[in-house]
Design a protein around this ligand. Sequence first.
Ligand code: SF4
Length: 465
Amino acid sequence: MENKNFNKKVYVETMGCQMNKSDTERILGMLSHFGYEETEEPKEADLLIVNTCSIRQLSADKAYSAVGVWGKWKNEEHKKELEGKPFREIKIAFCGCVAQQDKEKLLKRFPYLDLVFGTNNVYELPDLIKRINNGERVCATNETPKKFTDGEQEAKYEIKRAKSLNAWIPIMEGCNNFCTYCIVPFTRGRERSRKPVDIIEEAKKAIHDGFKEITLLGQNVDSYGKTLDPQKDYDGRDVTLANLLRDLNKIEGKFRIRFVTSYPTDITDDLILAVKECEKVCEFFHIPMQSGNTQVLKEMNRRYSREEYGVIVKKIRDAFKNVAITSDFIAGFPGETEEQFEDTLSAIDEFELDYSNTAAYSPRVKTKAAKWTDKFIDEKTKFERLARLNEKNREACLKSNEKFVGRVLEILVESFEIKDDNVILAGRAENNKIVHFKGEKYLVGKFVDVKITSASTWHLRGELA
Ligand code: SF4
């Protein structure tokens, strides 16, 4: 099989969250092991893969449209073949959350699709590719998760990480929370954690390979360890995110550790303490609140009230000087009244949230809230609320950025651009704030201290301290 694929090119279009990006890195790693070279140009690929997200309809629609375009290319090549002209054999694969959800339906809907594989079948890819190269059309969407319980299988393939300073490391996958709007428990399955030993090994390798930052990923990252046994899977200590951070912090070298996404009530005092103790762990928390109104939170099946969210935020703010706390919010959840929506706007102010991802409610099949059609908010109101939410977010970001003027922050320099003959560097502070400042190109990839001199909505400006 390996010889057969030499000189073949693969293009992957990745949509959605960091977990998908991380899966893509693993997919590319496996494919490079089997002779596929990555290309950024879909037109020259022999294997086209779309790694999909089902959080919002828009994202799923984008995936369908990409596959539609690729299907046309494939038909053109097939025509050439029938005419006896030189042709390329194109294979098309559909993976990720929409694949996990729609399964065989996708093969029926898109006759030119060769492969559908779900989030639980990533590690079967070499075998699946072999089957489609032999002419089969395959759908592999196991309900049983394999990925995180099979360290041996994982170790067989190098991860082909994207060119950046940050290495994404999934530590747990799935979710047991069943928020009434969310498709994740249906597409990624129930919560399960990877063994600490495998995570630490992967982190050591990433640091050895020159990455300056590792980001631990999980749909509910602060719930890490609940499916593991302290005696069998660890050294007897509780398997928690806090202890994992302490272990990762011991890896030698200068680098940063981040973790996303946290569920508010899974942030324990010990986790806050661990972030404080570990100098490599960033003072940054992404804690989706989703709504500022307790009744709406109940209907969303979130396990906290507005007040309880506030208590967690206060504990974190009291513990760290330069911390940033970011959030996610949904506008126009079924049944949300104008007053309840205004509670969301006031929550952003009250908790001084530094930045929020925002979205209009999008019904997803299988979820509870999608059935509450009689309570759906009309589109005009929903998008008008989203626009107000975005405006509030812009105000909050500027206010948050202004707090940092005059302070010195350590920046990891990520990139540069030339402006009016000056080299302008861009990097991130521990709290994830983006900072621009004059400097030299060789500083890319280095840590430098920068004094913040001014703030705008989306970034800070400063000078080397
Ligand atoms: S916590 Fe809720 S929103 Fe987050 S992944 Fe789980 S079900 Fe979805």
